[in-house]
Design a protein around this ligand. Structure first.
Ligand code: 9YT
Length: 132
């Protein structure tokens, strides 16, 4: 069994800090669960372009308020505590935070570690070499 405490990840390699968001990655590919699970804090007043071409992501809002704008058509979904959105079509979108948002995010395939968005808001698909 794996048991982890979020606070233990602060300042560790499993915490990734960017100008718009900070992600503490509780479960990664190496944990063998088939998905990764992260707590992500979105900075208030930010608008982040995201396009996970290589991953599916589900996001549950725990705290804060904002919205997701689906591209290119511009459909807008308000995000408040208790709302989940799932990018089941690799949907390109803007994530806008009106206040500080606290999210729980799950990725399939799992992230491997310290991925950050590229210019298009994409994470690369990282194939790890088997050990040995
Ligand atoms: C909601 C979202 O995708 N935010 C960007 C960071 C991502 N959740 C991550 O890498 O943990």
């Amino acid at each position: 069994m794996i048991v982890r405490q979020l606070d233990e990840l602060t300042g560790s390699p499993q915490e990734v800090v960017t100008p718009n968001w900070t992600s503490r990655r509780l479960l990664l590919k190496r944990d063998g669960m088939g998905f990764s699970m992260h707590e992500t804090i979105i900075q208030p007043g930010t608008r982040t372009h995201i396009w996970y071409k290589n991953h599916l992501e589900a996001v549950l809002c725990i705290e804060g308020e904002g919205e997701v704008e689906v591209l290119p058509e511009g459909r807008i979904y308000p995000i408040t505590p208790g709302v989940l959105y799932a990018l089941d079509r690799h949907d390109r979108h803007y994530l806008c935070a009106r206040t500080r948002m606290r999210l729980v995010c799950v990725f399939n395939p799992p992230l491997t570690g310290r991925e950050v968005h590229d210019d298009e808001g994409v994470y690369p698909l990282v194939e790890e070499q088997p050990a040995g």
